[in-house]
Design a protein. Structure first.
Length: 132
C-alpha cells in the first residue's frame, strides 16, 4: 500500500498508504468469496442473489457506521474491511442450499494471503506506524 501510493502520487498523499493496506485486507476476503458470490445466478435463483446483494450493502453500511462511531476515521476503514469478511459468511450461507460446502480452498487461500500480509507488516512496520 505505502509503495503503491508512493509510486502513484506525490508527497502530499504519502500518508494514505496505510489506509490502502487496511482496505486491502478487506479485499482479500472479497477475493476469497468471489467464486461463490454469483452461484445463485448460476442456479437461476435471482431472488436469492438479490437478497445476498441486499445483505452485502446492509453489512457494509452497518459496519461503516459502527466503526465510525467507535473509532472515528480509522474505525470507518476497519468497518469497511470487516464488512468484506462478514459478507463472505453471508455469501457462504446463501449458497449452502446448493450443496457447495467445501471450505478448504477458501481457508487455504485466506490463510496464505494473511500470512503474507502479516509477514510483510512485521518486516515493513504495521499500518499507521510511520514506518516505510
Amino acid at each position: 500500500g505505502r509503495d503503491l501510493i508512493g509510486l502513484m502520487y506525490d508527497s502530499r498523499y504519502q500518508d494514505a498508504g496505510w489506509m490502502l493496506e487496511i482496505l486491502g485486507v478487506g479485499a482479500l476476503f472479497f477475493a476469497v468469496g468471489a467464486p461463490i458470490r454469483t452461484l445463485p445466478m448460476a442456479f437461476g435463483d435471482s431472488y436469492r442473489y438479490m437478497w445476498q446483494q441486499f445483505w452485502t450493502v446492509a453489512t457494509l453500511i452497518g459496519s461503516m457506521l459502527i466503526g465510525a462511531e467507535l473509532g472515528g476515521f480509522i474505525g470507518l476503514l476497519l468497518g469497511i474491511a470487516a464488512a468484506q469478511a462478514i459478507e463472505y459468511f453471508v455469501a457462504r450461507w446463501s449458497v449452502s442450499k446448493y450443496g457447495i460446502r467445501n471450505y478448504l480452498p477458501d481457508f487455504l487461500f485466506a490463510a496464505g494471503m494473511l500470512a503474507v500480509i502479516l509477514l510483510t507488516w512485521s518486516i515493513r512496520g504495521w499500518p499507521g506506524s510511520g514506518s516505510s
